[in-house]
Design a protein around this ligand. Sequence first.
Ligand SMILES: Cc1cc2nc3c(=O)[nH]c(=O)nc-3n(C[C@H](O)[C@H](O)[C@H](O)COP(=O)(O)OP(=O)(O)OC[C@H]3O[C@@H](n4cnc5c(N)ncnc54)[C@H](O)[C@@H]3O)c2cc1C
Length: 384
Amino acid sequence: MDYELSAEQKKLKADFRAFCNKEIAPRAPSVDKEGAFSFENHRRLAEIGFLGLPFPEEYGGGGKPLLTCALAWEELARACPSTFLSSGIGCLLPGMAVHLFGNGAQREKYLAGLTRGDKIPAWALTEPQTGSDFAALKTQARKQGSSYTLDGTKSFVTNGAMADWVVVVAVTQGEAPLRQKLSAFLMEKGTPGFSAGKPLDTLGARGSPTSDLNLQDCTLSGGQLLGEEGQGFALTEKVNQYGRLSSAAYCLGIAQACLEESILYAQKRQAFGRPIAHFQEVSFKIADMQMFVDTGRLLLYRAAWMMDEGMDADTDLSIAKLFLSESATWCAAHAVQVHGGHGFIKGVKVEQLYRDAKLGEIRDGTSEMQRRKIARNLLGEGFR
Ligand SMILES: Cc1cc2nc3c(=O)[nH]c(=O)nc-3n(C[C@H](O)[C@H](O)[C@H](O)COP(=O)(O)OP(=O)(O)OC[C@H]3O[C@@H](n4cnc5c(N)ncnc54)[C@H](O)[C@@H]3O)c2cc1C
């Protein structure tokens, strides 16, 4: 067993950290304050090849293993969680749906634009009445000849308001078992009947626009079906694996940033005639943050490596995502505590990280759903 990253991976991580420190981190406060997606960040990330990292080179991607991608994901999340949510996770999920289930023409059309940064995608699964329970999805896709007509509402869609194309999961066979009931479609901006709501006013990750999408009699040609009819559940399960992995990286980046901010502050802030780092109540919080960050990073790397090796990583992905999401909220809460009153003030980085961290326990499967998955994989299907 070798815990060492390759020389190429170490260089990629170091170079990407330097890029993020110089180009992304300085914009993070205004991205959060203005609650606006940074097209400039997105453009620069496309230029340096970040957007295409996991996708094949023939579509402008980097063809990198997920473990290598995870190194870059952590760095972007550390610098600006909102930007990672939109330009990282928000592009990865629809991109992977097309990469894994699309035909040649679909890959050529949608992946090349994604990796160049010209076209912004979105992934639309959640609906007003359900997020965790796919069986309760209501958006309908009715087949009429060779085309499909979609009706329904999608909720909380990252990049929804600005997306050029969206992967929409809809019910094609209402009476069929869940595994055959759903299909996925490629919906383009401008499709008659398709509209996005205004970005929602969110607690954190405020620079990543999240919107509802309304589909009213949206007619799509058969060529907009992604994969085969009835493959939507399998596609969603697969995409959710990438969701858990990248969400875990989002949380790791936040936890790492909390650790670094806490070390800096504890060393410079004086109380009772000495740096607060000299008080065990403070230094032990920082020691625990390091423990959570290190453990979580190993879990993330293991899950990424297992996916790269084609192993069944289902339980390991949930463990990594669950552990890192709860570590990130723990680290953020304690980073605010280390900063005292300053940590409660807008414009101080840990205040933003505290708000951004919470999302990790919710999206790409809540903590409760991760525990259920781990338990079910251990205890068998009879588990409820
Ligand atoms: C900022 C943001 C961005 C998002 N981006 C996207 C996106 O791009 N695309 C997309 O499709 N979705 C997106 N989502 C939606 C997100 O994935 C869902 O919010 C999440 O899956 C939870 O679903 P829900 O909100 O419907 O909660 P619910 O499923 O209603 O759950 C509510 C609570 O009940 C618990 N619960 C539910 N069922 C069970 C059970 N069986 N056992 C125990 N507890 C249970 C949950 O854990 C949770 O605590 C986003 C959400 C946010 C906030």
